[in-house]
Design a protein around this ligand. Structure first.
Ligand SMILES: Nc1ncnc2c1ncn2[C@@H]1O[C@H](COP(=O)(O)OP(=O)(O)OP(=O)(O)O)[C@@H](O)[C@H]1O
Ligand SMILES: [Mg+2]
Length: 588
């Protein structure tokens, strides 16, 4: 066992993390220098005040000097005025820096999330990712601004106070310096423990949110299947772990504060003893003694805060570690260089294999087919046969593990990702709408303001115009989270309008399995026929009407194409397709 090595390593890495974090604050260097001036004035004022105790006692009370009695009160007010202004400048400057760092980090992390490959998200609960963006960044703000503020101000204050003390009596001050390392040792030990617990707390908060979100989101299922007890137990276990860790952190914090204060008190006792001897020997006036005492006492809160700084920094470093891990993660591969404005839409799959996990059978296994420009390819197959996986390859949400997908004879990987994705419109199984207006949802992703007539035209072609015009504010109606204020059929027609407006040469359609009433069904069917016209369409088909008109049908099973052809010939063959179609007809 080689214990010190990993610990030294983690300390070095957390120092690197903190340096990187401070780099974000350093971008605000003009404000930082201003704040630093404020901190120096604050510290100097603290020192000056304790130094003032010497003339206050000796001149006013011992010597009874009237001049000193007149200027001293003014000096005290002036000192606190300067200090007040300095504190304001420091607090304001550091707050702006801290909030600036949070904002930058949040934006960078979100931008990074949007560029991570789909596979990366599969392995991470979204609640944890969101917690990083909200919770971690807050802690980072503390470490990058509050902690720096406290550390610098208090260190400078300690220096100023120490100078004042040395001016009063070197011997007494040296006695105190001997006590210093003791306190420093404790601070180091406590900090290490703190950091360890904090990493675990963050994980458990994310887990809490994840479980709660899942339970609340799936409340229907929980109720119907009587899963309350299971969810409660799952949550209780994590909540218990979280509570224990939180208490541990608080205990560590409390113990460390108490210990440091006790040590300081012992130091004080020793100093009082030495000071007494110095006074007896006539080397210490009452004023100098009061000045020393005041400086000593003024040091205690600074020392106490500095022990907390360690905790703050450790918390921030743990949180920043999570953020930097995201920022340093490998984004979606985009090594293609080929630009394309509008593809003709010739698609070819060559021996494509996709594997989600090494220990599972491939989701797609040796897929090969050609889709001519403007043709409709229907993909059918049982649930889990790989239909969605196949369509996800086109916009390169997932990459093929073997084989190639070609668009207009060129491998998808050779295109620039933005260009490739511009060629594709998508209407997914579960329609994804944003909590925004109807207009914004239809025009989603298009640059600039889209004229109303164009929106209306797309909506009309999607059979959505009628219901949109009946909404309270028409195109400006907000549709709620996920389009909650619309019916299922209306949501689908909005998604079709969005795809129509994008006017891409390739269309991916994942037909909804949920059946609608015949009227909505007819409206959607009509809209779909309109949008498929002139585009290479890959449609995951559940409706008989779609497959009947398809130019080719691919029947998938366990990731392989087991049959291909047109509706009539496949039916006549009496193979897997005929059996699937039989089910369909029975169900309808
Ligand atoms: N993100 C993922 N991570 C791991 N495995 C996945 C993922 N998505 C799909 N799979 C697995 O890959 C296989 C094919 O899934 P896919 O979603 O392509 O099926 P599908 O034919 O679209 O099914 P459905 O008709 O139910 O939508 C399934 O066994 C599924 O469990
Ligand atoms: Mg699917």
């Amino acid at each position: 066992m080689d214990a010190p090595a990993p610990d030294a390593g983690s300390r070095a890495s957390s120092a690197a993390t903190y340096r990187r974090l401070l780099g974000y604050a350093a971008a605000h260097w003009p404000l930082a220098s201003l704040a630093l001036c404020g901190m120096m004035i604050e510290a100097a004022a603290a020192g000056a005040f304790t130094a003032l105790m010497n003339p206050l006692i000796d001149q006013t009370f011992v010597e009874k000097n009237p001049a000193a009695a007149a200027w001293l009160p003014f000096a005290i007010v002036g000192l606190f005025l300067a200090r007040g202004i300095a504190t304001f400048i420091t607090d304001y400057g550091m707050a702006r820096i801290g909030r600036g760092v949070v904002q930058t980090l949040r934006q960078e992390v979100l931008a990074k999330y949007l560029r991570m490959p789909a596979r990366w998200f599969d392995a991470r609960p979204s609640a944890v990712l969101v917690a990083r963006l909200t919770y971690n960044t807050e802690q980072v703000a503390q470490a990058s601004s509050d902690a720096v503020k406290v550390a610098i101000t208090d260190l400078l204050t300690l220096c100023a106070l120490l100078t004042v003390m040395l001016m009063q009596s070197v011997r007494v001050t040296i006695t105190m310096l001997v006590m210093g390392p003791l306190i420093a040792g404790i601070i180091a030990v406590v900090g290490r423990r703190y950091r360890r617990i904090n990493t675990r707390i963050q994980a458990s908060v994310g887990e809490l949110a994840h479980i709660a979100e899942e339970a609340v989101g799936a409340q229907h299922v929980v109720k119907v299947y009587g899963g309350q007890a299971r969810e409660e137990a799952r949550f209780a276990a994590v909540a218990e772990r979280n509570r224990r860790l939180q208490v541990k952190v608080e205990t560590t914090k409390a113990t460390s504060s108490a210990l440091v204060q006790l040590l300081a008190a012992i130091a004080l006792a020793v100093i009082v003893y030495v000071a007494g001897r110095e006074a007896m020997a006539g080397r210490l006036t009452p004023g100098a003694f009061v000045s020393l005492m005041t400086a000593m006492m003024a040091m205690l809160p600074s020392l106490k805060r500095i022990t907390n700084v360690q905790g703050m920094i450790q918390k921030g470093v743990a949180a920043a570690g999570g953020l930097f891990e995201v920022l340093d993660a490998e984004p979606e591969a985009d090594r293609g260089t080929r630009a394309i404005t509008r593809a003709t839409g010739h698609l070819e799959f060559r021996d494509v294999v996709v594997r989600y996990a090494d220990d599972k059978p491939p989701a797609l296994d040796g897929i090969g087919f050609v889709a001519e420009p403007g043709s409709v390819t229907a993909i059918v197959g049982r649930s889990g046969s790989g239909k969605s996986t196949l369509t996800r390859l086109l916009p390169r949400l997932y990459e093929a593990d073997a084989g190639t997908v070609l668009l207009d004879g060129v491998s998808l990987a050779d295109y620039r990702l933005v260009d490739l994705r511009r060629q594709i419109a998508l209407v997914s199984q579960d329609v994804l709408l944003f909590d925004d207006t109807v207009a914004a949802n239809i025009a989603y992703g298009l640059p600039g303001e889209v004229p109303r007539e164009q929106l209306a035209e797309a909506a009309r072609a999607a059979n959505a115009l009628d219901f949109i015009e009946r909404l309270p504010q028409g195109f400006d109606t907000r549709i709620g989270e996920g389009g909650a204020l619309l019916s299922g059929g209306q949501r689908q027609r909005l998604a079709i309008a969005r795809a129509l407006l994008k006017d891409a040469p390739i269309l991916i359609l994942d037909e909804a399995t949920s059946s609608l009433d015949t009227e909505s069904e007819r409206l959607i069917q009509e809209a779909l026929e309109r949008i498929m016209r002139g585009r290479t369409t890959l449609v995951i088909a559940h409706r008989l009407s779609t497959v009947e008109h398809a130019d080719q049908i691919l029947v998938l099973d366990h990731g392989r194409i087991v049959e291909r052809g047109r509706h009539a010939e496949l039916l006549a063959r009496g193979g897997p397709y005929a059996r699937l179609a039989g089910f369909e007809l029975q169900g309808a």
